[in-house]
Design a binder for this molecule. Structure first.
Ligand code: GDP
Length: 173
């Protein structure tokens, strides 16, 4: 019997501060959630594997700090990345604008074959929603990227997000 194929995927998380990037990673890797997640300084590195039909995808995840002063470091993390998750907070319009600027930068300067996924996080806060699902979906379609709404808090769509990136990434490799 041959060993299962393992594909390594460098993945970077980008987006404004406090949209929930670290919480998404901690939910995915450790299945935990903290209301008072420690802020990321510079960037944090974690790994997690996902079994897809075709292979096991081992994600090498770079969780970047959202603060403006670290913005110039971002190319170090997205360069050579097979995938990027650009996160916004569905209750924060500015964070959606921030996400759009990250998508633009990735499309200009990142790997042209990288999978880009736009994640509208904090989907549990429906009553505070400022960004319609449809608006973000349309933006994603126009820009040829994936879009999904997640809640790190309620564990909604977090595994699906990574699974879909892995499956799609393998299909275009
Ligand atoms: P980052 O700066 O983008 O890495 O954001 P963090 O992961 O540090 O999260 C910022 C704040 O948002 C923390 O207080 C989290 O508890 C909260 N948070 C993160 N994800 C969610 C979510 O899905 N729902 C809600 N309601 N709060 C969240």
């Amino acid at each position: 019997m041959s060993a299962a194929r393992v594909c390594h995927f460098k993945l970077v998380l980008l987006g404004d501060t406090a949209v929930g990037k670290s919480c998404l990673v901690v939910r995915f890797v450790r299945d935990e959630f903290f209301e008072f997640q420690e802020p990321t300084i510079g960037a944090a590195f974690l790994t997690q594997s996902v079994a897809t039909g075709a292979a096991t995808v081992k994600f090498e995840i770079w969780d970047t700090a959202g603060q403006e002063r670290y913005r110039s470091l971002a190319p170090m993390y997205y360069r050579g990345a097979a995938a990027a998750i650009v996160v916004y907070d569905i209750t924060n319009k500015d964070s959606f604008n921030g996400a759009k600027s990250w998508v633009k930068e990735l499309q200009r300067r990142g790997d042209p074959n990288a999978v880009i996924a736009l994640a509208g996080n904090k989907a549990d806060l429906q009553s505070k929603r400022k960004i319609d699902y449809q608006e973000a979906q349309q933006y994603a379609e126009e820009n040829g990227i994936m879009h999904i709404e997640t809640s790190a808090k309620n564990d909604t769509n977090v595994k699906s997000l990574f699974h879909e990136i892995g499956t799609y990434g393998l299909s275009i490799k």
